[in-house]
Design a protein around this ligand. Structure first.
Ligand SMILES: C[S@@+](CC[C@H](N)C(=O)[O-])C[C@H]1O[C@@H](n2cnc3c(N)ncnc32)[C@H](O)[C@@H]1O
Ligand SMILES: Nc1c(NC[C@H](O)[C@H](O)[C@H](O)CO)[nH]c(=O)[nH]c1=O
Ligand SMILES: N[C@@H](Cc1ccc(O)cc1)C(=O)O
Ligand code: SF4
Length: 451
């Protein structure tokens, strides 16, 4: 008979013959003792906590509660009771992308964007002028930051020098086509950066995968690329495109993407030119718990070297409308138990990263709030527009207002705090003093961001 106290695994992982498996010589009890006393956890400790013991199948709910408690206590010690969020706008420049990641339904094949294509184009590309207008309008509402991640449009080059190299190259493998061939010209990455850098807005953009696209066909280092982007207005880099930083998993879910070591190289370069970064994991598809912990280990090592990672964001895979699901490679995403353990073990394992984000885009409000008692202390941002999760079938909406944030965070007895992207500026909000609006952005005057 099924044991009601156990959560089953969400994915029939026995379908995949992985080299890495969640097997250890450690016991759950020892790992928990180490976690409680704040010792640095080994990979085996992490696997024991995430699986609630490799000696038993499925998730043991009593043990899970012990892991969540330890993580919540650690959160309180490290960052206290404040729950942060940022007034930001999400602006995706283009959905055109041929990389073919099997977990992604954001992208549209780029040949649909060619002028010669007469069929309806389901996606979009914005010119630098259009991006600027979108950011300029949002600044008026009081945002502090613009986040911008995009498809790898074949016409995108880093700058004019890169475009010239791509135009004159006789290599046929560079995923480049002249902007003249497309209905809409996205300009260069540097032009987009300059366009979105309106006033003193904080520009958070250029994932390692985008940085790779911005140097394709050249021998330029990632430092050169991030250095030029920073000169054009980039302020920090998002650590998405991380997915699972174990190559045997990348070969299955994103064979067209850069490998793990290149992702790390790009993030180190961003840090080397002085940009703060974030880091993510996209979990709950074909990978197992050993892959997740190896990923955390890579991130923790990277942070030892750079100190540049301001927050870690677990992104729960949204499965509904994705190739992985359509092809029967997964039956669903992570279970609620797995989500909670992912947040908690991120807090316990990543002892050198201060902030763990609960993403309402991925978890929704109710579960997102619960995560703030499982180890998370940041509740993301207002974003105002969302395409990636929506196109994968996610249903948690595109925006949150300051009013909603203050109400939700005070309802769980915590303190709402508006933050800057790098967490250096923080403003506690008194729930007794409405109306609630941002005050940190270049034009923010405290009036509500979303009515
Ligand atoms: C859509 S890409 C855009 C930026 C750029 N093309 C890249 O891959 O770095 C940004 C991130 O969204 C996340 N993502 C895409 N599809 C998702 C899904 N179905 N569920 C959860 N996260 C997803 C992935 O982690 C991915 O790295
Ligand atoms: N800025 C954050 C986002 N932005 C939205 C993303 O574009 C997208 O919704 C999705 O998360 C991609 O997987 N999302 C976050 O989860 N956290 C952020 O801080
Ligand atoms: N704030 C995180 C989260 C994020 C997640 C997905 C995105 O597409 C963008 C951002 C980051 O900067 O990496
Ligand atoms: S995740 Fe990024 S690189 Fe991969 S298909 Fe989607 S948009 Fe393209």
């Amino acid at each position: 008979m099924a044991d009601a106290s156990r959560g089953g695994p969400n994915v029939p992982r026995e379908r995949y013959d992985w080299e890495l498996r969640p097997e250890t010589g450690q016991s759950f009890e020892n790992a928990l003792t180490k976690a409680r006393s704040g010792d640095r956890l080994t990979v085996d400790d992490g696997i024991e906590l995430l699986t609630t013991g490799t000696d038993t199948p499925g998730i043991d709910r009593e043990r899970k509660e012990l892991v969540l408690e330890a993580a919540d206590r650690r959160r309180a010690e490290v960052v206290g009771d404040e729950v942060t969020f940022v007034a930001n706008l999400n602006n995706n420049v283009t959905t055109a992308c041929n990389t073919g990641c099997l977990f992604c339904n954001f992208k549209d094949r780029s040949d649909q964007f060619l002028t010669e294509n007469e069929a309806d184009n389901p996606g979009f590309t914005k010119t630098p002028a259009e991006s600027r207008e979108i950011v300029a309008d949002a600044i008026e509402t009081g945002i502090y930051e613009v986040t911008s991640v995009s498809g790898l449009h074949p016409a995108l080059a880093l700058d004019e020098e890169h475009r010239e190299l791509l135009e004159t190259s006789d290599r046929g493998d560079l995923n480049y086509k002249s902007p003249a061939r497309y209905e809409t010209d996205p300009g260069t990455y540097c032009e987009q950066m300059r366009a979105m850098s309106v006033e003193d807005i904080h520009l958070h953009s250029m994932t390692p995968e985008e940085a790779y696209h911005a140097r394709r066909g050249t021998d330029w280092s990632y430092e050169t690329v991030y250095g030029r982007l920073a000169a054009a207005g980039l302020d920090s880099a998002p650590g998405t495109a991380a997915e699972i930083l174990v190559d045997e998993v990348r070969e299955v879910i994103c064979p067209g993407k850069i490998r793990s070591d290149e992702w790390v190289e790009a993030m180190e370069a961003a840090a080397a030119v002085g940009l703060p970064t974030t880091a993510t994991i996209m979990y709950g598809h074909v990978e197992n718990e050993a892959h997740r912990i190896h990923h955390l280990d890579t991130i923790r090592d990277l942070q030892e070297r750079t100190g540049a990672i301001t927050e870690f964001v677990p992104l729960s895979f949204v499965h509904h409308d994705t190739p992985l699901h359509d092809r029967g490679m997964v039956d669903g995403g992570a279970s609620r138990d797995e989500d909670e353990l992912m947040i908690a073990v991120s807090r316990l394992f990543l002892d050198n990263i201060e902030h763990i984000q609960s993403s309402w885009v991925k978890y929704g409000d109710e579960q997102g709030l619960k995560m703030l008692s499982c180890g998370a202390d940041d509740f993301m941002g207002t974003i105002l527009s969302e395409e990636i999760t929506k196109r994968a079938g996610g249903t948690f909406g595109e925006a949150r207002s300051f009013e909603e944030y203050v109400e939700m965070i005070s309802a769980i007895g915590r303190t709402p705090v508006e933050r800057s992207t790098d967490y250096e500026q923080r403003r506690r909000i008194d729930p007794e003093e409405p109306p609630f609006g941002p005050r940190l952005g270049p034009r923010a005057d405290g009036s509500p961001l979303v009515e």
